[in-house]
Structures are given as structure tokens and as C-alpha cells.
Ligand binder design. Structure first.
Ligand code: GLU
Length: 306
């Protein structure tokens, strides 16, 4: 990794480490609250394979909503453009677990990255696969070349025991006919999918395919077409940060996706993927330090898609 990148990341990491962390760890999934909230990691992987990480970059965490990008990728491969008749591609401007717009849009979620949209994507995978839970994990393991990646039963069970809003969302969508399978089955798979664990290094490597026109960087294997990869990136840019997507585009200027576990992955097409992790979240549910770190890195590097 050339010193321009490493110096920018080192300086930004030091600067943000000194900030008072005003965020709060997510507690609505009780098991998520057991994390050490001082964790702070960053890892960048460039398309030529060069990489650099700092802090707690090798400590695994619950990637939560970041996994929604991977489930969408798998479902998009299976359904092609027909997928957009089940889920739309518009920012919601509401909270990630909101029921509000489902009534207005007759059970068609605004986009695949809010919970309602991700539940529909899970339903699609269940309908098309023999065993969605296993085949999704196999897909992610093959995509990342990391055969040991796994779900966390602890986190999934904890979310399942308290997942009243997601249960409401799934049943509500079912009432409009946009969930084909039994809600209980869809929810089980959704909670497992969200409980996937990775560290910053693994996350940045896994997401390089979206910075590389849909192809893996290791063997250039095609995961999705260039056009589909562009569309997923566009969705990350417009819908990847709940109700703070505009702010992320404004301040960071890269497609990305956050999760309530405090992780964020972002990518600069043609250049790199970067993952950050700090569990305390800002009021919009995005990692407080993670957002600031990415903003500082892209400001100092003067590299963004704009
Ligand atoms: N499993 C979480 C939920 O459904 C994912 C939310 C997130 O990371 O944004 O609430």
C-alpha cells in the first residue's frame, strides 16, 4: 500500500480517536449491547490487493444491515430486473424499521436496504433456494474466499426474541401479498443473515467486487455484471445510511452501507473498499466515529465519486 493512503488513514484515525464519542451502542438487540464500546478499527483493500488496517481491524463484529447488500446481490443474480417489481429503488426518508410507507405503497418497500425491503429479499431467496440459510452463507464464503465466516446464533436468537417490529413489518407486507413464504420462516432467515460476523479486513476484502465492476479481485470471477454492480452501488449511495444517506453522500461522497453493530463499508469504484467499525451510534443509527473517520479520509485524500 503506498504511503499516501497509509498516512492519510493513520492521521485520520489518530484525529478521530481523540474525539469524544457521543454515540450510543444499540440496545434494542440486547446481545449487541455486550460489545466493548471502545473498539475502533479501519481496514482498506485496494483492487490490486494492497491493504492496510489499524486499531481493532481484526476483531469480528456483527455486520447487521451491511449483509443486506450481499443478500440483494444474491437475489439480483437470481431474479434479474424482475426483482424491482417486489422492491423499489427510492430512498425512504424514514427510519430503517418504519412501517409508514408500506401502507402508501401497498406493501412494496421503498428500497432493499430498509428492513421491509431486506425482508422481501429474504423471502425471494427462500422461494428460489432449497436452503436459503446455508446457501447464502456459502455464497458469502465463496465471494470472500473465507470458508470460516459464520452467523452468530447468540445475536440471531437475541434479535429474534425481541424482533417485534420486524415481525410486524413481515406480517404487514404479507397482508399485501408481497411475502410468499410463512413470515416466521422469512424472519428466521433475516435474523440469521443480519447476524453474520466479520472483521474490518474481511469486510473490506469482501466488498471489493463492487468496486471492481462486479468481479472478484483475486481471480476476476464474475459475481454480477458491471451494470448490476453499478445499480447496487447507486442504491448504497442513495439508501445505504437510513435517513442519513444524503449526509453520507454529502460528507463522504462514496457508496456505502452501515449496520447497527457499528460497522460501515464504503467503496470507491476502480480503487478500493474500506471498512470501519466503532459500536457507538449517532442518533441516526450510524457509527458515530465511523462516519467521522470516513469523512476525514475522503476529505484528506480528495478522492470521491464526485
Ligand atoms: N437486524 C437489524 C434489524 O432488523 C438490522 C438493522 C440495521 O443494521 O440497520 O433491526
Amino acid at each position: 500500500m503506498d504511503s499516501t493512503y497509509t498516512n492519510i488513514i493513520k492521521n485520520a484515525y489518530r484525529e478521530i480517536s481523540l474525539l469524544e464519542n457521543k454515540g450510543k451502542v444499540a440496545t434494542y438487540i440486547p446481545e449487541l449491547a455486550n460489545v466493548d464500546d471502545a473498539m475502533f478499527g479501519v481496514h482498506i483493500t485496494r483492487l490490486d490487493g494492497a491493504e492496510f488496517g489499524m486499531g481493532n481491524n481484526l476483531e469480528k463484529f456483527s455486520i447487521q444491515s451491511i449483509a443486506k447488500v450481499l443478500s440483494l446481490t444474491m437475489a439480483y443474480k437470481i431474479m434479474g430486473e424482475r426483482i424491482w417489481s417486489r422492491v423499489d429503488v427510492e430512498p425512504s426518508g424514514t427510519k430503517f424499521d418504519s412501517l409508514l410507507l408500506l401502507e402508501t405503497y401497498h406493501g412494496i418497500p421503498r428500497n432493499p436496504f430498509i428492513n421491509s425491503g431486506a425482508l422481501v429479499v429474504c423471502d425471494i431467496l427462500i422461494s428460489h433456494l432449497d436452503n436459503a440459510r446455508e446457501e447464502f452463507l456459502d455464497f458469502v464464503r465463496a465471494l470472500s474466499d473465507m470458508p470460516h465466516l459464520n452467523y452468530s446464533d447468540k445475536i440471531a436468537d437475541s434479535e429474534k426474541a425481541h424482533g417485534y417490529r420486524n415481525t410486524a413489518l413481515c406480517n404487514f407486507i404479507k397482508s399485501f401479498g408481497n411475502i410468499e413464504n410463512e413470515p416466521a420462516e422469512v424472519l428466521d432467515f433475516y435474523f440469521d443473515m443480519c447476524s453474520l460476523e466479520m472483521n474490518c479486513q474481511q469486510l473490506s476484502k469482501t466488498f471489493t467486487f463492487l468496486a471492481n465492476g462486479g468481479h472478484k479481485i483475486i481471480d476476476n470471477k464474475k459475481i454480477i455484471s458491471k451494470s448490476n454492480s453499478k445499480r447496487i452501488n447507486a442504491l448504497m449511495l442513495t439508501c445505504g445510511f437510513y435517513d442519513e444517506s444524503g449526509e453520507f453522500a454529502f460528507k463522504v461522497g462514496l457508496p456505502g452501507k452501515s449496520g447497527v453493530g457499528g460497522g460501515i463499508v464504503a467503496l470507491y469504484p476502480g480503487n478500493y473498499a474500506i471498512a470501519v467499525w466503532s459500536p457507538k451510534l449517532n442518533p441516526n443509527g450510524n457509527s458515530f466515529k465511523g462516519m467521522k473517520l470516513l469523512e476525514t479520509i475522503t476529505t484528506h485524500s480528495e478522492l470521491s465519486i464526485f
